[in-house]
Design a protein around this ligand. Sequence first.
Ligand SMILES: *Cc1c(COP(=O)(O)O)cnc(C)c1O
Length: 376
Amino acid sequence: MQFHDLAAQYARLKPEIDSAIANVISGGHYILGGEVTQLEEELAADTGRKYCITCGNGTDALVLALNAMGIGPGDAVFVPDFTYFASAGCICTVGARPVPVDISLKTFNICPNALEEAILRVKAEGKETPRAVIPVDLFGQPAAFDKLLPLCEKYGLDVLEDAAQGYGGSLNGKAACSFGRISATSFFPAKPLGCWGDGGAVFTDSEEEASLLRSLRANGRSEKDKYDNVRIGMNSRLDTLQATILIPKLHALRAWELDNLDCIADRYTAALKDAAVTPSVRTGARSSWAQYSILLKDSEQRNGLQAALKAKGIPSMIYYPRGMHKQTAFAGLRLKAEWYPRSEEACARILSLPMHPYLTQEDQDSVIHAVLDFLG
Ligand SMILES: *Cc1c(COP(=O)(O)O)cnc(C)c1O
């Protein structure tokens, strides 16, 4: 059994993907190009944004967005403590200070109350200027933007949505990638919309910001004269091959993959809800199920379950074993574990089960039975 099954997806999409790849190879155009423009237009339409600018990966997408927002030294940027490192690392890349914030144990997303406390604390310290928040659409569920956006408005903070795991999800009819002034996503193979290598994208509704982002991904080049570089940027572009692979995958995500994921999540939840804490999707929200993560009683039970699953050939993952406050790279920030009780608890108790749109009923049942057997 696979945790994510990219081979099963390829088996379904093989004719389209093979002919698209053959066209790129015979076309001789390997970076950006017509297929990348087509993908950017489809992604913008799919998320209801005016502009999509693809780039090299999700980490670069976050850095490009922070640079376009003019965030740098002297600025404080708030981020959930419980996330993949890049959500917070990008803040240091641009010279600003990351301020990790505790999460909600129900959704694993940033807790709006804890965010407000952190904003007030940074203001009272008076060292850095609170500038932006990076809510993460963790495990596929959009962050609580209905509460976060008014809060950010109240304190004059920009919003950069980290939708690396969120593509395909929605909240009250609005798509993930549509909530930030700029939103960023990743096409790393295991994400809800993944390519066969590295890829990423940023989204904005501002024409000016879109052209700034296009310049920043191409070493700061001028739009008028490509050999005049008007700012310092980075080299972060999407390969034509990756774009050509993403187009049929985007269609499959919308046509059947999200529906399949919802069915599998419903089956898991119906079977497991009395034995463990199953994921809760907020009213009005749709998850793209980047992960299906349950909470066990404590770390001993979690580790025992993982070993029992492994013995039966069932893969599972611990996303994540440590929060941002426990990252060696952030030791200098002197963050205390007691500030992050819910993140600590998630790290100790969480386990992610096999989840992908091609997981057979037979495999779903094996997972369910193995979990129930262990938990008695
Ligand atoms: C994967 C991921 C990223 C980074 O994306 P890459 O394409 O791997 O650079 C950023 N944030 C979150 C929440 C992620 O899961």
